[in-house]
Ligand binder design. Structure first.
Ligand SMILES: Cc1cc2nc3c(=O)[nH]c(=O)nc-3n(C[C@H](O)[C@H](O)[C@H](O)COP(=O)(O)OP(=O)(O)OC[C@H]3O[C@@H](n4cnc5c(N)ncnc54)[C@H](O)[C@@H]3O)c2cc1C
Length: 338
């Protein structure tokens, strides 16, 4: 059923108010095709909604919001140590990770507790604690919005990069991701504990040779201690990407700011955006209804619960200006602005 003038407040993790001219929840690919061919909708702008944890609604949406409620998980044995697991777009990401862990399928454990849905995971090649979905991605089925045919995209076709994919670039607005297939290990798991505080957390838990389930528990514990829960305080996780700058620029900055951190990769260095923002005095700073989180300045929060999307956007623009002025680095927003 197509609803009119519906509030999207409950459908975005910032919890900002914005109305959608039309709104519909679809539970099958056939239903999606029907909506897309509906004369009332055909010429409208479209907004596909997963968990709403990576969008900022700065105004009412003049078009049709389509909530993708496609459910179901299936699997196929690949070889002695691998299984292909396919989840439909509307499956909750963390519940899917837990499902795989319960079956002892390895590869997703470092990505535990990332909000949102499976279908959105390829959009920005979600990543955390040294893993990105590209590391275990097999393929995804998409609906081509021009032809309404289903196409399969493999790893190469998705062109994954850091928080990036074809779906944020030339494929933007052209495809709906219907399901995603991951290639997971069944017993010889690759345990990754090098990144972030995983090792320290496992030590705290008195675990020396962790299982994939224990790595997941450590990741969950770290995330719960560091990141605000969107159910309690509106946010969309990291608001900005970590910028990558030329090594020569990094060296000049290092002379001026000896404490600057950086992760070199050839002639480029990735700089933690949170550190840059903090150095500009933004940690925990509040303007009106908006603030950065007191533990992590990369996370912008709807501090009072009454922020508008426009207020949050303007706040983020002030951060970008500060960082540009001090470090000559232009931060890029990770969150999708609408
Ligand atoms: C507390 C917190 C922590 C986070 N931590 C991380 C992290 O560690 N790593 C990380 O990578 N991200 C992180 N994020 C960001 C977010 O969880 C991910 O980007 C997630 O994949 C968003 O999923 P979603 O379903 O909520 O997307 P939505 O916000 O619903 O959608 C995001 C974009 O994708 C489009 N879209 C949604 N579904 C589809 C589809 N099926 N087909 C085509 N387009 C679609 C939407 O139109 C929108 O433009 C975090 C967010 C929060 C709130």
């Amino acid at each position: 059923m197509i609803q009119k003038n519906l509030s999207l407040k409950a459908f975005n993790s910032f919890g900002v108010e914005a109305k959608s001219k039309y709104f519909v929840t679809i539970k099958s690919v056939e239903a999606l095709r029907e909506v897309l061919q509906n004369p009332e909708i055909q010429n409208e702008n479209l907004l596909f909604l997963g968990g709403g944890s990576n969008i900022l609604l700065t105004k009412d949406f003049d078009g049709c919001s389509i909530q993708l409620d496609l459910k179901g998980i299936s699997e196929k044995k690949l070889d002695d140590n691998h299984v292909l697991v396919t989840a439909n777009a509307g499956e909750n990401w963390h519940q899917f990770v837990l499902y795989c862990l319960e079956k002892n399928y390895g590869g997703l454990e470092n990505l535990s507790l990332i909000p949102g849905n499976v279908g959105t995971s390829p959009m920005q090649n979600i990543g955390a604690y040294g893993t990105e979905i590209k590391d275990i991605f097999e393929s995804c089925d998409v609906l081509n919005l021009d032809t309404l045919e289903v196409e399969t995209f493999d790893l190469e076709k998705c062109r994954f990069g850091y928080r990036d994919s074809i779906f944020k670039q030339e494929g933007k607005g052209k495809y709906v991701i219907l399901n995603v297939t991951f290639r997971l290990t069944t017993h010889q798991h690759q345990i990754k504990t090098e990144y972030g505080a995983i090792k320290a957390e496992l030590e705290k838990m008195n675990i020396e040779n962790p299982s994939i389930q224990e790595v997941s528990k450590a990741v969950i514990a770290i995330r719960e201690s560091k990141l605000p829960n969107p159910k309690e305080i509106g946010n969309a996780g990291s608001f900005f990407k970590n910028p990558t700058i030329p090594l020569s620029q990094f060296e000049i900055l290092k002379d001026k700011f000896p404490n600057i951190q950086g992760y070199p990769n050839g002639d480029w260095v990735k700089v933690p955006a949170g550190w840059l923002i903090e150095q500009c005095g933004w940690k925990g700073k509040q303007i009106g209804n908006v603030a950065t989180h007191h533990l992590q300045s990369l996370v912008i929060i709807n501090k009072t619960g009454n922020a508008t999307g426009e207020e949050i956007f303007n706040f983020s623009a002030e951060i970008i200006n500060s960082v540009k002025e001090k470090f000559k680095i232009e931060l890029e927003r990770e969150v999708n602005i609408l």
